[in-house]
Ligand binder design. Structure first.
Ligand SMILES: [Zn+2]
Length: 406
């Protein structure tokens, strides 16, 4: 959600200059322990106890350090029907944390998460205010590179279970080391190891390092520097994109031009949340930053000239319908503009945003789209081809994946 909450997050040291990249590691910041939702901006709360989490196959393998390849946990790509293969471009790593994973991590850390879950064990919230509180309290237990590695393993495994064969995760160095480059490298190394392992299990992934808009332009520079300094390195070349989430209405996009220029010069793909809570002008501003993709972008539907421009420029929209509905942007599936945007020639894709918080999955998104708009194999094949065209991956990976969507 992108309304600016008006609360200040803890103040951090000023970002280093672009040339001053090799600073010493410092302790994890207060922010990293009490992070606001990337699209929001508050701190929160209360705690309670909870049951054990089921073991994650991918992480268990990694942790036990078997010397030989483990059996494939998922059907090979060739075994999946085309209709069940999916590309996902818009998934916040912390927002994808399953409730049972968070409960288990909290138990390990002796953190009480009272009141965060309903009787079925799902995240429990009513309305925007509670959503913020639950999100922020839940993800505050993610505190170390190991926590993030375990989370990534869990998220990739669940995505693979949904038929996702390629996913891009929004990850913020602000939450992984407080924006410090040396600390971020530790988090990145831990996550890259998991991503490399998962690649052999049927799901490929890349990271889009994400600045938080309402943290301001100076802190966005720290994320851009982390992105530029770790672009395409660290084993599998996991960091391939740069983006911005947060309060869409905070400042002007031009305030963040330095960060987007820095990331573009490093060869990273660019995306920006816009046109979700802010109107069509926010999308135009994102285009001026050089973005080839727009996070959400659904409010382009309100501006015919903008829709023509997006179509002509073949800009890809990372649409997350279930997220939009869960947060009340549209009253129901029939009112969601994704089908009208596609009919107008825009390149739309489908993602889940923060799936357990919105009680959705990729299969559920596809099912609801089929129910609401009669979409079938041809439509889903098309949106996955568009997603692949727009993916921030290397040509070899794209060519390999393209064979999955003939
Ligand atoms: Zn998002």
């Amino acid at each position: 959600m992108v309304r600016h909450r008006g609360r200040r997050v803890p103040v951090h040291p000023a970002p280093r200059r672009p040339g001053d990249l090799h600073c010493r590691s410092r302790q994890r910041s207060q922010l990293a322990r009490h992070r606001p939702h990337p699209r929001k901006g508050r701190r929160a709360g209360p705690w309670c106890r909870a049951p054990r989490h089921r073991p994650c196959r991918l992480f268990r393998y990694r942790r036990l350090g078997h010397g030989s390849p483990r059996p494939a946990a998922h059907p090979s790509r060739s075994q999946l029907p085309v209709s069940d293969k999916k590309i996902e471009l818009h998934l916040h790593l912390e927002g994808a944390a399953p409730p049972d994973f968070i409960r288990a991590l909290a138990a390990e850390k002796h953190v009480d998460l009272s009141g965060l879950f309903d009787a079925q064990g799902h995240y429990a919230y009513r309305g925007f205010e509670e959503f913020l509180r639950v999100y922020e309290a839940a993800t505050s237990v993610l505190q170390t590179p190991r926590d993030y590695a375990r989370l990534l393993a869990e998220v990739l495994e669940r995505s693979a279970d949904q038929g996702v064969i390629y996913t891009e995760l929004f990850v913020s160095p602000e939450f992984c080391g407080g924006g410090d480059l040396v600390a971020w490298r530790d988090y990145l190394a831990a996550m890259t190891e998991v991503a490399d392992s998962a690649r052999g299990q049927g799901i490929d992934s890349r990271a889009v390092l994400t600045a938080i808009r309402h943290f301001g332009p100076e802190r966005a520079k720290r994320t851009a520097i982390c992105a530029a300094e770790t672009a395409f390195d660290a084993g599998g070349g996991w960091v391939t994109g740069f983006g911005m989430g947060g309060a869409e209405g905070f400042g002007q996009a031009a305030d963040f031009a330095w960060s987007f220029d820095c990331a573009r010069e490093a060869g990273l793909g660019l995306t920006c949340h816009a046109g979700e809570w802010a109107g069509p002008d926010s999308i135009r501003q994102a285009l001026e930053l050089g973005c080839t993709r727009i996070g959400h972008g659904v409010r382009a539907i309100e501006d015919a000239a903008l829709m023509r421009e997006l179509s002509d420029r073949q800009v890809t929209l990372e649409v997350c319908p279930g997220s939009n509905l869960a947060l009340g942007l549209y009253p129901g599936w029939a009112a969601h503009p994704i089908a009208r945007l596609a009919d107008a020639g825009l390149r739309v894709t489908v993602s889940t945003d923060d799936p357990p918080f919105f009680h959705t999955t990729m299969r559920q998104e596809y099912d609801r789209l089929a129910d609401a708009f009669g979409w079938g194999e041809a439509e889903f094949l098309r949106i996955n081809q568009w997603a692949l065209d727009a993916a921030f991956c290397d040509a070899e990976t794209r060519d390999r994946l393209r064979k999955e969507f003939p």
